[in-house]
Design a protein. Structure first.
Length: 282
């Protein structure tokens, strides 16, 4: 197996298992990744050996360990994302009384990385972190796409398609024309808006975060989401300036900017080959 294909298989396996917290049997992994049983077993054994995965003693299913999450959390800590951004999110949550979330851009994707809950009682919307943002069907995704020209935004969405996850409540944008209309409305409005799309009875608004030292697409998004009885148009009008102010503050202190030009750690020279060696010897 060529090294590039090997790396792709490892990453495919990690992404597959990340969506299966209860684990998967070897046969299902083989079918999902279109891999021979022997190759899949060697790959999974290597992940188990390096403690990225574990095998259930009872049913022999494979699942990821918390080591994968630890790596992501450690990276966010080293970039300063938690240290710098969390106080801003906490303050905005107190100001709005709703859930506040931060999504960070990476290439053509956005990922939820941090949150602060401002709702102290009653109805609370509180989703998990770590998921990729569904760009065309969320306030956050559309706020970010609106920082680009239509050609770039359309390219990114078309590469993924207009499908939505089963957990979503409804799909309002299912073609390129509808996407362009919504991005135009987002730019004119000045913030992203999603009404009962991700979840029934929930409204979200979002403002893009920009790196002032770089032009072009946004580097992240800050959002406020809550139940429709509370997050009315009147309340949105009352809090939108606070959301914009938080986005500007995050833009001015954006932690990922400090990584530009940073030297590569010497650990990188020895860490990468380990999994490849384990695969060969397993």
């Amino acid at each position: 197996m060529a090294s590039s294909t090997l790396v792709e298989r490892v990453l495919d396996c990690l992404e597959l298992l990340s969506g299966q917290p209860r684990g998967m049997p070897l046969s299902e992994v083989c079918r999902a990744l279109n891999m021979p049983k022997g190759a899949a077993h060697r790959l999974l054994s290597a992940l188990v050996q390096r403690q990225f995965a574990e095998q259930d003693e009872t049913n022999e299913w494979y699942r990821l360990t918390l080591k994968t999450a630890t790596i992501g959390l450690r990276f966010l800590s080293e970039t300063g994302t938690t240290e710098i951004c969390q106080p801003v999110l906490d303050r905005l949550a107190r100001q709005t009384g709703e859930l506040v979330r931060l999504a960070v851009a990476d290439g053509d994707s956005l990922t939820w990385v941090a949150k602060a809950q401002g709702a102290l009682s009653g109805l609370r919307y509180d989703p998990d972190m770590g998921h990729a943002v569904v760009l065309h069907a969320t306030a956050a995704g559309r706020a970010w796409l609106a920082t680009m020209d239509n050609a770039e935004a359309t390219r990114i969405v078309l590469a993924r398609g207009f499908a939505i996850p089963p957990r979503f409540n409804r799909r309002l944008i299912d073609n390129e024309a509808a996407l362009r209309r919504e991005l135009k409305a987002t730019r004119e409005r000045g913030y992203g808006l999603a009404i009962e799309e991700g979840e029934a009875g929930t409204i979200a608004i979002a403002c893009a975060i920009h790196d002032p030292k770089r032009s072009g697409r946004g580097v992240g998004v800050v959002t406020v989401a809550g139940p429709t009885p509370r997050l009315t148009q009147i309340k949105i009008t009352e809090i939108i300036d606070d959301v914009r102010a938080a986005a500007v503050e995050l833009s001015m202190s954006w932690p990922m900017r400090r990584l530009a030009g940073a030297p590569v750690s010497p650990l990188g020279a020895v860490a990468a080959p380990r999994l490849k060696t384990a695969l060969k010897t397993s």
